[in-house]
Design a binder for this molecule. Structure first.
Ligand code: APR
Length: 311
């Protein structure tokens, strides 16, 4: 059986990290594409130099053209500008919107059957824009936000409880931004809900650190934003797709009536497999959780309304 092919658009911090992790895991042959001359080629060559040490069979190729990306099974879009300290993800809207448009025009023409994972911020808005301009079915265009936010939540739960992360299942839904909705009732340590394990003020502090997890990294780095956990989150989603695991991962998907929401992309639990988004089951949220999710959706809808979504 031939190796699947995954293209990573944007060979920057997140793209290159995701590419290297996917190569190490032997998930697919990887093509890195970027507008910056030499960067994707140089990083691909550097990764290939590690091949004999890590003994991975995957190839990594770098290019400035879309020809070598043709017929990709999965395309990960990280092209864009990252946040600088003090910037919100929304500040990136105009610049990254133009980039996502141009990238999707190329992707849909050379890889018309691909599953697309958006990473570029503001994530929920960029995923929706990418879907609209691609002409792809909604099942084939999703965003990576919920997996990352949930991983950060799991880390902070581990810190607060002393439990190993391997015993923690954490879920964050909503926009990949300050209005995200960590779900302590649905997040468990050895099967026990966080909301029953810790007093409310400690849960609130874990939630607060989760919501600001990305910004904390940005303020420490001073230039650029997080990339190791985002890269790992991308690899996680690609594993589910190529392995057709059909597992439920918090993913940024088109809502079509679930939670009373439609016409926008938002992170919610979704079953992911080889055909992309297979199912978006509606979880039994309580009134407060639902209100928080709807408030988060309202923010995304407001931003979407400022964006030209015409094809
Ligand atoms: N086509 C391809 N690549 C592009 C394009 C384009 N039109 N425009 C920019 N790029 C490339 C840049 O040349 C750069 O190599 O995208 C890459 C982005 O890399 P970084 O600047 O290192 O940004 P990174 O930290 O990887 O973040 C990328 O992911 O998490 C989000 O907010 C983040 O939107 C940002 C994106």
């Amino acid at each position: 059986m031939s190796m699947p092919k995954v293209t990573v658009v944007g060979a920057g911090q997140v793209g290159a990290t995701a590419a290297f992790l996917m190569a190490l895991k032997g998930l697919a042959d990887i093509v890195l594409v970027d507008v910056a001359e030499g960067i994707p080629q140089g990083k691909a060559l550097d990764m290939m130099h590690a091949r004999s040490i890590e003994a991975f069979g995957a190839t990594v190729t770098g290019t400035n053209e879309y020809g070598p990306t043709a017929d990709s099974d999965v395309v990960v879009v990280t092209a864009g500008l990252p946040r600088k300290p003090g910037m919100t993800r929304e500040d990136l809207l105009a610049a990254n919107g133009a980039i996502v448009r141009s990238v999707m025009a190329e992707v849909s023409s050379v890889s018309p059957e691909a599953i697309v994972i958006l990473v570029t911020n503001p994530l929920d808005v960029m995923a929706h824009l990418a879907w609209r301009v691609s002409g792809f079915p909604a099942s084939r265009v999703m965003g990576m936000g919920g997996v990352l936010d949930s991983a950060r939540f799991a880390y902070f739960i581990a810190q607060a409880t002393g439990a190993p992360v391997s015993e923690i299942a954490a879920v964050v839904i909503g926009a990949h931004g300050d209005t995200m909705v960590p779900l302590p009732r649905f997040s468990t340590v050895r099967g026990e809900p966080l909301s029953e394990m810790l007093p409310a003020d400690e849960v609130a502090e874990v939630v607060r650190r989760t919501v600001h997890g990305g910004a904390e990294v940005v303020s420490l780095l001073k230039s650029g934003s997080a990339f190791y956990a985002p890269g790992a989150s991308v690899a996680r989603m690609v594993t589910a797709i190529l392995g057709d695991t059909r597992e439920v991962l918090p993913s940024c998907v088109l809502l079509d009536g679930q939670y009373g929401l439609s016409g926008l992309h938002l992170n919610v639990p979704a079953a992911i497999g080889r055909a992309g988004v297979l199912d978006v089951p509606e979880w039994p949220l309580d009134d407060a959780e639902l209100a928080a999710l709807r408030a988060s959706a309202a923010g995304v809808a407001e931003t979407l309304a400022t964006l030209d979504l015409e094809v």
